[in-house]
Design a protein around this ligand. Structure first.
Ligand code: PLP
Length: 407
């Protein structure tokens, strides 16, 4: 069984205090903390092997290229991609989805074509599709979120038509924690001749993911949400589809031959990696994957299930506190407290060193669906302990007292 107390010793930041109290970091959905192994891998690269990748005939360039490409293989293994060529490095999930919307979308969407999304999407899987749909005259349709925070899979069949070109949905909701049945939805999308894109920003860091088993066409996630640094993310795509797509950005690295008035392009994945990539970031991501592999993704998920069950039970015990989302979920708990604005909750908790997020969580349509302007959100990872849940609960009880006094 995963021991969060042992794991915590690998994370230097977790020994600091905030406002004179031990840090209780409960915002891993926004970004995760980094273990020493990740910081060291990046430091080692910059101290010993820093050089630009590819093309270089000298030792440092070869070392940098090897380390960069080795991470690609690690990512492929981690998500069970059939080959390295389907793994493209991007800045983050957002850029990965924009790549698909701009490169695949502009080439494949025509007036009247349909894209199916859900009401629970993060803005990063909504705005890129609004942009390309407006340009191409395509139509957006939405799967509803039911009252229990899940999707109705059967509704997919009612929305799919012979005009549907793509179904795009989040694997695990960053607000509700809902784990969507992406494999089942992929099957239905494919049966209707549509492509499927999965936003895996909150699944890859927290549970075993197998893109081959899901049979998705595109899958996007961010390094910084899985112990890696910011500025590095991944788009996985089925190689045949990526091969047929035009490039997203133009410049160095992505070309084969360049004339003044025309060019030919590199093979995938490099066709989609224009310019100098985030080499140090990729190496950090490689170290993060090694770390998660050593812990075991099944263990990661089991630990989060334990912590989340404890948090759900304790929060539901606080009178006047409403928890959103289903019973079976990722390590995310969004809630509202009667009479207290989520921002005030987060500010008061911060006085106790408890760092939670408050706001719309980049999911304004979902907030509207929940009939709130914002929620407070606590989220958990491998380094969170049961005693931290107790600190959260005690601190929330203080919030309740404060608002009982002022009301
Ligand atoms: N999708 C989901 C479900 C997320 O939770 C997030 C970030 O919180 C994103 C996409 C966007 O990730 P990034 O900002 O790293 O691009």
């Amino acid at each position: 069984m995963l021991d969060p107390h042992r794991i915590r010793t690998d994370f230097p930041i977790l020994s600091r205090e905030v406002n004179g109290k031990p840090l209780v970091y409960l915002d891993s959905t926004a970004t995760t903390q980094k273990p020493t192994a990740v910081l060291e891998a990046m430091r080692k690269y910059y101290e010993r092997s820093n050089a630009n990748v590819h093309r270089g005939a000298y030792t440092l360039a070869q070392e940098a290229t090897e380390a960069y490409e080795e991470t690609r293989s690690k990512v492929a293994r981690f998500i069970h991609a059939p080959s390295d060529s389907g793994v493209i490095f991007t800045r983050n999930t957002t850029e990965a989805i924009n790549l698909v919307a701009q490169a695949w979308g502009r080439a494949n969407l025509h007036a009247g074509d349909e894209i199916i999304l859900t009401e629970m999407e993060h803005h990063s899987n909504l705005i890129p599709w609004q942009m390309v749909a407006r340009e191409r005259g395509a139509v957006l349709k939405f799967l509803h979120v039911m009252d229990d925070g899940t999707l109705d899979v059967g509704e997919v069949d009612t929305l799919l038509s012979d005009r549907t070109k793509l179904v795009g949905l989040v694997h695990v909701s960053n607000v509700l924690g809902t784990i969507n049945p992406v494999k089942e939805i992929a099957k239905r999308a494919h049966a209707a001749g549509a492509r499927i894109l999965v936003d895996g920003a909150q699944s890859v860091p927290h549970m075993p993911v197998d893109v081959k088993d899901i049979d998705c066409d595109f899958f996007a996630f961010s390094g910084h949400k899985m112990l890696g640094p910011t500025g590095i993310g991944v788009l996985y795509g089925k190689p045949k589809i990526l091969d047929a797509m035009p490039p997203f950005l133009g410049g160095g690295e992505m070309i084969r031959e360049v004339q003044l008035d025309w060019s030919t392009y590199n093979d995938i994945p490099w066709k989609f990696e224009a310019g100098t990539p985030n080499i140090g970031g990729a190496i950090g991501l490689g170290a993060a994957i090694d770390y998660l592999d050593a812990v075991g993704m099944g263990e990661v998920r089991a630990h989060e299930e334990r912590i989340t069950a404890k948090a759900l039970a304790a929060l539901r015990d606080i009178e006047g506190l409403e928890v959103f989302g289903p019973e079976v979920r990722g390590g995310v708990v969004s809630f509202a407290m009667r009479g207290a604005h989520p921002h005030d909750i987060a500010t008061i908790l911060d006085q106790d060193g408890v760092e939670i997020r408050a706001g719309h969580h980049c999911a304004q349509p979902l907030m509207r669906r929940l009939n709130v302007v914002a929620t407070a959100r606590a989220s958990f990872y491998i380094y969170n302990t049961e005693s931290e849940i107790e600190v959260l609960v005690e601190s929330l009880k203080k919030v309740k007292e404060v608002f009982a006094r002022v009301s």
